[in-house]
Design a protein around this ligand. Structure first.
Ligand SMILES: [Zn+2]
Length: 335
């Protein structure tokens, strides 16, 4: 990997850690975005210290799996679900992890003997997409994560935009249907309440109350009358009409939200990631159908909408690890 012109200088390696509510994924990552020694450990959520210990374990296991010594990496970056203070290195609030004001950076640096940096997981994924993925080289770019929750990361004029309270991009709780279902945040008809994974599952489960024939009925019978978003996408791919309607509706709402992001920020590209986006083509088709409808009607939107600018992430589920790595990877061409 090291060219002769580098005079033996080691290529920069860092550890990227994607911290989730149920599992922690980590890998050693090089400057080209290649992962080495990818590992996964369960998240211990019995307390903040237990969770930090499982993060430390993930880092050590990744180093061991990649056969890299601790002093062979520059730092560890962490993507955390929830609100963080990257400067102070504190996890301010995470519902998934049960955290409030946890000194993440101080604990892990003492435990691991490595510089550590943390960022909100969606903001980290945005940086990862910008460094290694579909946002590479773009000064204006939006990453929209659609999974259990929905949030956007904004790269504006070449920098991650945080807003005045650090919460810029919380579009999951922007209201998209004032008459819609109640969201867990308290409001009615948030984007997250109509287009997230749990919302898709809830709408499909609701559709089972009718007498319409659907593959979902058999799937639900095996799991207490509940269906998952993955099952809805699988049934839709098999041509199930009820499942298709549910996917189309979620896609229409996402299309509305994406058109608002396009109007507000005029990005070069919008990349969709997260567990629901992995559901893939049918959802993307429904999103594009809504965007085309608006472009047909509005000459203003027609000016701003380029179909190829809205696409799925090419980094798949690894965007979390790569984003966390991007937090601590030295700038390209830098020392
Ligand atoms: Zn909400």
């Amino acid at each position: 990997m090291t060219g002769t012109s580098d005079r033996g200088r080691k290529p920069p390696l860092v550890v990227g850690v994607d911290v989730g509510g149920t599992k922690i994924a980590a890998a050693v990552v090089d400057a080209a975005g290649q992962m080495h020694g990818r590992v996964q450990v369960p998240t211990d959520v019995r307390g903040a210290e237990a969770t930090l210990e499982s993060i430390a374990e993930a880092v050590l296991r990744a180093l061991s799996a990649a056969d890299v010594a601790r002093d062979g990496v520059l730092a560890a970056g962490l993507g955390i679900p929830g609100k963080v203070d990257p400067e102070a290195g504190i996890g301010i609030l995470s519902v998934n992890l049960g955290w409030r004001d946890v000194p993440v950076k101080a604990f892990l640096e003492a435990r691991l003997g490595l510089p550590c940096a943390l960022e909100n997981d969606v903001k980290a994924a945005t940086l990862g997409e910008g460094r290694f993925g579909a946002g590479r080289g773009m000064r204006n770019f939006i990453y929209l994560s659609v999974g259990t929750g929905i949030a956007a990361g904004l790269i504006l004029d070449g920098r991650l935009y945080r807003g005045s309270t650090g919460m810029a991009g919380e579009v999951g709780h922007a209201i998209i249907d004032p008459q819609g279902p109640r969201c867990k945040c308290g409001a009615r008809g948030c984007l997250e309440a109509v287009a997230s994974g749990p919302a898709i599952a809830a709408q499909a489960t609701e559709a089972l109350r009718t007498s319409r024939p659907t593959l979902l009925r058999d799937l639900a019978a095996g799991s207490d009358g509940q269906v998952t978003a993955e099952q809805v996408f699988a049934a839709a791919r098999q041509g199930d009409l009820v499942a298709r309607e549910v996917v189309d509706e979620a896609g229409t709402y996402l299309g509305l939200a994406i058109s608002q992001l396009i109007m507000a920020f005029d990005p070069q590209r919008i990349v969709l990631g997260g567990g629901v986006a992995q559901g893939g083509d049918l959802l993307l088709q429904a999103i594009h159908r809504e965007l085309r409808r608006q472009a047909t009607e509005s000459f203003v939107f027609r000016e701003m909408y380029k179909p190829e600018a809205v696409q799925l992430t090419a980094l798949g589920t690894d965007v979390g690890i790569l984003g966390a790595a991007a937090l601590v990877m030295p700038a390209e061409g830098g020392p």
